[in-house]
Every structure is written in C-alpha cells, then in structure tokens.
Design a protein around this ligand. Sequence first.
Ligand code: MOS
Length: 673
Amino acid sequence: MTRIEGHDKVTGRATYSAEYPIEGVTYAYPVQAGIVRGRITSIDAAGALVLPGVLAVLSSEDPPELAPDADPELALFQRREVAYRGQFVAAVVADTYENARAAAREVRVTYEEDPHDVRLRGDHPGLYRPEKVNPFYPADTEKGDLAAGLAEAAVTVDVTYTTPAVHNNPMEPHATLAVWSGDGDLTVYDSTQGVSTARAMIAKTLGLPAERVRVVCRHIGGGFGSKGTIRPGTMLAVLAARAVGRPVKVALTRQQLFDVTGYRTPTIQRVRLGADADGRLTAVEHEVAEQSSTLVEFAEQTATPARTMYETPALRTAHRLVRLDVATPSWMRAPGECPGMYALESAMDELAIATGLDPVELRVLNDAETEPESGLPFSSRNLVACLLEGARRFGWEGRDPTPGVRRQGRWLIGTGVASSTFPAFRRPSQATATVENGGYVVRVAAVDLGTGARTALTKIAATALGVPPDQVRIELGDSDLPPAPVAGGSMGTASWGSAVVAACEEALRDGKHGAADTTDALKAQQDLARHAFGAQFARVRVDMDTGEIRVSHLLGIFAAGRIIDEQLATSQFVGGMTMGVGMALMEESVIDDEFGGFSNHDLAQYHVPVCADIERIDAAWIEEDDRHLNPMGTKGIGEIGIVGTAAAIGNAVYHATGIRVRDLPITPARLLA
Ligand code: MOS
C-alpha cells in the first residue's frame, strides 16, 4: 500500500513540530555549559536583556518551579552544578530565533571548574554492577559451570571488541512548540515518538496532572530512539512559554542534538567462547563495560542477546557501568542487541575459523531448542531457516574460508555472515473504532515515526473490519486520543494493532462504536520467549593500498512474524541495514579527553552512509505463522535490520584481508595500522 501521508510529505504539506503557524510566537535559544564539571558561580544576563526583542533570560539565578522529583536531565536551571559540557545552563527568549540566538552569546556565565573524567576504560575503578539493565533485565546471569565449560573445550576464543559512542541523528532535529492557555492548560507540539509518554513525562516534570497537558505530533522525521523520551529542549520550550506568557518554539541545531538528545553508550565487550572438537559450544561468556552520566543511571542491555542466541551448557553474561562527566546515554535503534550482537557475532566468526567450520554451519549446529538463559520455549524461532535461505540466495555454498586471497585488481574481496535477533514485546494500548460518514474512524494515540504506522494500522483495521482500506481513517499523533505506547522497541505495530483489532471487532458487534484496552489481555499472555531472528550476509571489497572499504552487497533474511506491508517492511529492513553500514564503517562520536564533549558534532564530521555508499541491499523474509504473538501475528521490524549488519561486514573485511579489526568503526586508518 502506498504510504497514506506520502503525498503530503513530498509536497511539503505535512506539518512538523517547528512548523505550526501560531499567533504571537517567540523563540528560546539555550546557553550551554562551557565547562565539563563544576559549579556556576554567576550568571550575568544584563548584556542579553538590553538587546532588541529579548523578552527574558531563564537560568538558575531564578529557578523555574518544577516537581522536586523531576528527572535531572529535564530539571532545567534547578542546580548550580554542571554535569557535562553542553548542558543547558540558561536560555534567552526573544521575538525572533535570530535575536534569541544573538542574545544567548551575551549571557556571561562564570564557573568554578573541577577536574573531569569522560573516558570509559575496561579497568576503570568506578565500574560497578547496576541493579538492572534496560528495560528490566538482571545485570548479570549465570547458568552451568563456565570454568568447566571453558576447560573442557577443544577450542576457545577470548576476544575484546569495542564500539564507540554513536548518535541517532534523525533527519528532523528535535523541535517543540509550547502553548499555555489562560487557564494554565498546556499544549505541546513536540517531535516525539510517543505523545502519551511525552504527556506523562512533561506533566511529571512540572508536577501537573496529566489532564492539563496535551501533546501533538502529526509527523516526525525520524528519531531512532532519541525521541522516545522527551529531551531538555522540550522542557525549555514549556518553561520559556510559561515565563513569558506567550507561545515558544525551540528548534535544536544539529550541534545541540549531539549534546542533549542522547547517544548510544560506547562499549568494551569481552567475549569468551568454548567449543568441542565438533564445534558445539561448551561455554559462552559476554562481559560488557559501558557508561552513564553522573545525573541518571542508563544501563544499556548489551549482553542480553547472548542469553537468547545459542545452546550452551555454561553461560555467563555481565554488565558493568561507570558514571562519567558526560551527557546521559539514551535509546538508539536496537539498544543492547545492536552493539551486543556485533561482539557476539564477530566472536562466532573467530570461533568458526578456530574450529575449521563454515560460519553458517557453526550457527546452525548451535541453534537453541529453548531459550538458553530462561529455558522458555520460543513462540517461534526461525534463525536456521534465515541462515539457510540467505546462504542459498547469496551464493554462499563452496565459499573458500581462506582470508586475503581473492583479488580484483587493487580490490581484495571477502564475504561474511552474522545472525540477528530482537525481542517481540507488546505494551498495553487503547483504541476506539467508530462508524462515521459511512466509513470507520479508528483513534489511537500512536505516532508515525516515519515507519508508515498510519498505513499499517489502516490495513490492520480494514482487515479486522472486513472493509477496503479506503473506508478506514486513522487518527493518531495526539495525546487526546486513546492512550498508546511509544513508537519504539519494535513494539508499535504489535501494541497499537492489538488494541485496534479489538476495537474494530467490538465496533462490528455493536454496529456503531468499539473501545479496547489490551492491559488485561497482555497480563494473561502465556510465558514464552518471543523474538524475531535474522541472518545478514555481506560482500565487501577493500582497496589494498588505501584501506578503503566498499560494501558491494548486503542481504538480510528475517523471520519477524507476519509482514503487514511489503513496501513498508522493506524500507524498515533496508533502513536498519544502512544504519548498520554506518556503524561498521563510519559512525563514531569522538569524545575529547580534555574538551570533554563530542568534538565531531555535525554531519560534516560525523559520517553516515549516503546513497553513494550503498551499492546493493536486499532484504527479504521467511513467512512465519506464529499464533502466540498478537491478533496480527507480527513481531516488529524497526530494529532487527541494524542487528548483525556490522558483524557481517567486519567478518567480510577479515575474509577479504586477513585483518581482524575489533574496534568500530573499521576505518581505513585502523585497517592500515
Ligand atoms: Mo527505538 S531505540 O526503541 O526508538
């Protein structure tokens, strides 16, 4: 189905959060901390206040009133302490964006500076075991006897991989328009992945009842997790609008995104694998070190995929965290699975070489019957089918494993494979379906992140109602609609769709109207391991003199339940795999030890793949009929596409060159070194 809002988007009629025309609007521009750690000693706003158009300067000189338990990243201008470079320490509100920005430069902030530490190290004395890792997993797990499993192994691999900090970089930067009514009700047009969630977070930060807050997001130009929670820019607009009694827009710059909208933590990952002479795993250990800020504990669940992937009698996973003088990391596409599977699937490639097994064969041999860590049966698991179908389509058979021996002129050629996985969860959602003007209107506070949620939900509703899609109109993107969870965690379609189907079924019975809430149905779900799986194949060529790497072909085969729409699904998988190319070869947010912040904070220096970097990507899927998921039989597809891509490319680079680079991104400089 053609994307419902596609025409509006390409003709510029789709309204994004910064674009709502509104009478009397003003603009807020932040002043950012010029030190990494310390205390503000004074803020002199006099030079800003005399400039044309300036309405107010917000800062901790006169802290705005907020709930005492507000999230420290959102509690703007409450404290004098600085926790990281770039933190918002003040803001100017003015009649135009340019006046606000110019005046922000004239706000004089003085500091008392403390020494700082922004460097994650594997032996950092501050590393500790968090209570849990995101969203609710134990930090450590242990099953069987790891020492015995390693001791009895015929072959072992003990390797450490690192991944850098990376930023989400949605095409549409974070933007907010906040409007207070005379009665103290608040409407926020926010670029957010979840209007119900944003409403709850804004209300909690202000200490207001949720009913006083409305959040609207009709269109959003990507988020990849960075808009899954509200960020400081949202609260800046809200507080500035309250201070000046006029609507306020905040549109963050690309550089500001690097400071305050979250990023994926860097990781240091040690993987130890043991296998018997036939290649059967005897032990798997995955230990991860990562960072959070001094403000908030954010513990990425990097080692969790090892708990799901392969059969082994001994399994240990562990997460350690250190609190540094950095901004708080946040959600980024396939949090946990993405960096974790890079390490695990690279180590599996090293194990294949050590055992002399083909890497596809090694993975098939170690496929799990039940979930290794939990012992739960899988609702469905088609990893092997993905590997075999991918191998067939890619032409894997007969691959010579010898590294560094295939040449085409200056190019060395190699191929690699890796597995993918991502959990298939659902969250409670509400929805209504109502007969209106001879058709149906379906209402749900979902957000179309750019994935095509409107279109997918229209198809889901039309199927449930037994009518053509043109008789269904979806209303979403407004917290006044029936509450719904975020577009995130690859849970959107499954969560909203379950409520939409139930509402449609009730509307059919009733003849007029149906309303659904899936909270109880979700609690009654059978306890099963629900995960999507996939297999990624990569072909690369490497210039033997310059180390330039080109990805000639990527093939991803996924088993992700029923696919609602071929075109939308292909876009999701290909988008994820493209982002995986960036992770493998380009993306790195460089933290400067002295400066403390991210020094390559724009798209000139932070590189993402462009069309010219992508030569051929194919995504396809295995038909799955899994009745243990939801009424649609879907597993979610937004994130699994990025999982495994970087490992497949790294494994192919090794196959091409015989050089194993264990630190992402694999740049020419690292390869040549
Ligand atoms: Mo995704 S990181 O759950 O938006």
